[in-house]
Design a protein around this ligand. Structure first.
Ligand code: ADP
Ligand code: MG
Length: 477
């Protein structure tokens, strides 16, 4: 790392200066569009993403102009996630995407003067975004859904949960810092907000600041630019509890690390609580100063493990209960089984199903779920194959694997075959015709018939339902 200071500031100065998009940002936008097109499909991308105009950066937010409010709403509801994901991949500074209504891009027919006025207008709209003045250093707002009450505890997160609760309830630090780490979307930010809410409730006099490491850096660089370091230091060192989220963001940003290290020490020396989250353990953080890494590991290091099936199911049950909707059991089980990546995606899937059901006015079933989530399911595909299901079912009922595809109609063979068809429909995202093909080229109506038949039998016969349930569970773990 030749000139860390320059690297450090360069990343942020670009976002502080509200210029029209730089050439670099334009290049990045082209890359993002390609990524989004592969994600959502070329035709959707043509209709919805191409018409957007790159306006520039507002702080950490990338701002796009949409020609009208309908297109803006549609894009926000359908493609924002994909765009944000792609932007974050391409440009680390960007935290999110904001869409504003903005007249159509200028065409060649426009005169020079209108080009100028359009630019002025863009500049003005950016100025109105700039609210934070130099001299005030603030935390980020707290999400009121992120409380301890709304946090579902299971094996993977019980240590982190207990540690967070302890920190929130104690009036003096028991372990300092508390270092929470785990993969994306597993609840780190949720727990930090929960701590902040709880402290507000239990110890309202304590001054708590929560912010992302990104925002810490942004404010630090701004303080440097406005020669306002004294006030920056004073404000951060006056807090009782400082929480810095996603500290891995300052890897390789040496001056920010240095400042953070000093702030950190000043607080810990005064016995004020520091809470830090990251995607890796302190010792695994890359491009971090050794002394900072070692300091971060001094208190309690609590990791959040990847979710288990039980935790995912628990979260889905809790969320749907909180929303007051009754979801069919098999839909929740299906989601818990299929969406294994992280909890954010799991929530996203649930919300999409609910939104779809309320828009279309249809009740929620396994079929609609599979249809609505087709793209998501593909990326979460666990590769439970139809063959595996057939093998397991054949084994369970002690029949030959070849009978899964054969035409033999004796009930002791046909019934297990139907069960395998039913489970394939429940646990994979394969369509009926696809499943039919795996069962010796049967028609999709045969599969549909099997699914209905098994559902009927399960409703009527407790022992039968139990067999099916055992088989399903054995395939789900
Ligand atoms: P991270 O910061 O680790 O990337 P977040 O805290 O943002 O993850 O969590 C992602 C989403 O999942 C949030 O909406 C959060 O409320 C939800 N979530 C995570 N863990 C749990 C949990 N144990 N119980 C309920 N919701 C959770
Ligand atoms: Mg987070």
């Amino acid at each position: 790392m030749a000139q860390p200071q320059l690297v450090d500031q360069g990343a942020v100065v670009a976002s502080v200066d509200r210029l029209s998009p730089t050439a670099m940002l334009k290049d990045q936008w082209n890359m993002v569009k390609e990524l989004v097109a592969t994600d959502i499909g070329v035709s959707h991308s043509k209709s919805w993403i191409e018409p957007l105009e790159l306006l520039g950066l507002d702080g950490m937010m990338l701002v796009l102009g949409s020609p009208n409010s309908f297109a803006k709403d549609w894009v926000e509801n359908h493609y924002l996630e994909s765009m944000e994901k792609s932007w974050k991949q391409i440009n680390m500074v960007i935290q999110g995407v904001k869409i504003i209504i903005h007249e159509a891009p200028l065409t060649i027919a426009n005169t020079n003067s209108s080009t100028i006025s359009a630019q002025v207008k863009t500049q003005e709209s950016f100025d109105s975004f700039e609210k934070e003045e130099a001299g005030t250093y603030t935390g980020a707002p707290l999400d009121n859904r992120f409380t301890f009450e709304n946090f579902v505890v299971g094996k993977p997160n019980e240590l982190a949960y207990a540690a967070a609760l302890r920190v929130a309830e104690s009036s003096t630090p028991q372990f300092n810092p508390l270092f929470l780490y785990g993969g994306v979307g597993l609840g780190k930010t949720h727990l930090m907000h929960a701590i902040a809410w709880k402290i507000r409730q239990c110890h309202p006099a304590r001054k708590v600041i929560y912010l992302s490491a990104e925002k810490f850096m942004y404010q630090f660089v701004r303080a440097l630019r406005y020669k306002d370091m004294v006030s920056f230091k004073d404000q951060f060192r006056a807090v009782d509890v400082l929480m810095i989220d996603d500290v891995q963001f300052i890897s390789g940003k040496d001056t920010t690390q240095e400042e953070f290290f000093h702030t950190f020490n000043a607080l810990v020396d005064k016995n004020h609580q520091v809470i830090v989250s990251a995607d890796k353990s302190p010792s695994d953080l890359e491009n971090m100063e050794e002394r900072l890494k070692s300091r971060l590991g001094w208190g309690l290091v609590a990791d959040i493990h990847p979710t288990t099936y039980e935790l995912r199911l628990g979260i889905l049950q809790a969320k749907s209960a909180a929303l007051g909707v009754k979801m069919p059991k098999e839909v929740l089980e299906f989601l818990a089984f299929k969406i294994t990546s992280n909890i954010r995606e799991l929530e996203g899937a649930l919300n999409r199903i609910l939104a779809h059901a309320s828009l279309v006015g249809r009740s929620i079933s396994l079929d609609t779920t599979q249809e609505v989530l087709r793209d998501l399911l593909r990326s979460n595909d666990q590769r439970l194959t139809v063959e595996e299901i057939q093998r397991k079912v054949a084994e369970y009922f002690n029949i030959k694997m070849s009978d899964m595809v054969s035409n033999r109609r004796m009930q002791n063979i046909a019934r297990p075959r139907q069960i395998a068809m039913y489970i394939a429909k429940q646990l994979t995202s394969k369509s009926l015709p696809e499943i039919g093909r795996k069962f010796g080229g049967r028609d999709h109506t045969t599969i549909l018939h099997a699914v209905r038949k098994i559902q009927e039998l399960c409703a009527d016969d407790f022992d039968f339902a139990n067999d099916v349930e055992i088989l399903k569970r054995s395939l789900q773990t």
